[in-house]
Design a protein around this ligand. Structure first.
Ligand SMILES: [Zn+2]
Length: 324
């Protein structure tokens, strides 16, 4: 699970205080993009409610109750997680059946529906009954990355908590703590705000090679060296085996030019490639040249989505970058 201290320190502190005061609401919607810790906070709340050894507002993570919550086996913590495209009325019925069994061990119960945008209208209406007949000690949490797809009647009955993505630096710190080299951590942290996804990305065997290949290419385009064109074949293609790798390489190129543009205009912004010498060189190109380069990278990204081959999209891109 995501590290909430890194991802959502403010929300964590808020919910610590809310639970301390016994003011947990009956219904919440945790809204925000993937990877921002929505399910992790729901799980933390469940642990905090049932932990038998809370210390300074934090569940211990060790006691039998915590362990049952963490393993998904706590009878009073019911998750509805579905890999299917939609969550149907039957799923809600099962949840209700599950609910009637629970609450035996304590007077507190918590129901968590993840990816709630997948609820069908029927399922949402069935869920509404929960809201209309509140049961003391029961909390329902819906997590969603598409709040606008929920019925207004569902949203209006819940307290909506908006999750913001963690700043890139928080993700980068997390990756470095996991032993990833600073430059790789920085690039991954700038490519995605999802800590778990960033870590998987940076730990993939091809990632370091991709960063290396992009830096080599940038060195050539910074020097307006026609050899850059050859590098598409020799450096980029071998590291662009899957569509995801291809997208990633273009995104890294965009980060490089973005860094250079910021440095060129002395914008105080976090640099994905840190203090790399090549970014310094690139930043000496003119502002309009750097802006055109970024626009050309964007155009290449769009072409890639339209089934133009990676090789032809990038060769054309490099020619544009070399035009200056
Ligand atoms: Zn505990």
């Amino acid at each position: 699970m995501a590290n909430l201290n890194v991802l959502q320190p403010k929300l964590l502190a808020q919910f610590e205080a809310i639970i301390d005061r016994g003011e947990l609401s009956q219904a919440y919607i945790f809204a925000g993009p993937a990877g921002v810790g929505k399910a992790a906070l729901a799980q933390w709340i469940a642990q905090r409610l049932f932990c038998q050894n809370v210390q300074e507002g934090q569940p211990c993570g060790q006691c039998a109750e915590c362990q049952r919550v963490l393993s998904g086996n706590h009878p009073d913590v019911v998750w509805l997680q579905s890999d299917a495209k939609s969550i149907k009325v039957d799923d809600i019925r099962n949840l209700k059946a599950e609910m009637s069994k629970t609450g035996v061990e304590s007077n507190q119960r918590i129901f968590i529906v993840t990816d709630a945008e997948k609820l069908t209208a029927g399922a949402e209406n069935s869920l509404l009954k929960f809201y209309e007949e509140p049961v003391p000690g029961m909390t329902i949490i819906l997590t969603t990355s598409a709040k606008n797809q929920l019925l207004p009647t569902i949203v209006s009955r819940a307290q909506v908590i908006n999750f913001q993505p963690a700043p890139a630096q928080a993700v980068i710190d997390q990756l470095m703590a996991a032993g990833i080299a600073p430059q790789l951590a920085s690039v991954a942290g700038h490519l995605t705000a999802d800590g778990a996804a960033a870590q998987a990305m940076a730990e993939a065997p091809q990632f370091e090679k991709q960063v290396g290949a992009v830096l080599m290419l940038l060195r050539k385009t910074a020097a307006q060296d026609p050899e850059a064109f050859v590098m598409v074949q020799t450096q980029l293609l071998p590291n662009a085996k899957t569509p995801a790798d291809q997208k990633q390489l273009l995104a890294m190129l965009a980060l490089g030019y973005g860094d250079a543009l910021n440095r060129h205009y002395q914008v105080q912004a976090p640099q994905a490639f840190g203090q790399a010498e090549v970014i310094e060189q690139l930043s000496e190109l003119s502002g309009p040249v750097l802006s055109r380069a970024l626009a050309a990278i964007l155009a290449a990204q769009i072409k890639l989505g339209q089934n133009v081959t990676f090789q032809s999209a990038v060769e054309q891109l490099v020619l544009t970058l070399l035009e200056g």
